[in-house]
Write a protein of this length. Structure first.
Length: 83
């Protein structure tokens, strides 16, 4: 019988929450919190050149947009890898 098909026993009740506190997930939460602290700590106005136009906006908006684009690209690559 494969491990995926094995029946659950009463002694393994903690296994359901053990996956939620995996070291990888804890590390990702820590990185996300540090990123947010860094992003919202930088509030001054900056000028950003987007190909042709020059845009003035708070630095945290530019950093947050970049972080969201990076997270989106990373989740896309991870989803493609799972297939």
């Amino acid at each position: 019988m494969s491990p995926k098909k094995a029946p659950r026993t009463a002694g393994r009740g903690a296994s359901r929450t053990a996956g939620a506190l995996a070291p990888g997930r804890i590390a990702m939460v820590a990185v996300a919190v540090l990123t947010l602290v860094f992003v919202f700590g930088d509030t001054r106005e900056v000028e950003i050149r987007l190909l042709v136009p020059e845009v003035t906006l708070p630095l945290y908006v530019a950093l947050l947009a970049t972080a969201l684009l990076g997270a989106g690209c990373g989740s896309y690559v991870a989803a493609r890898r799972r297939k």
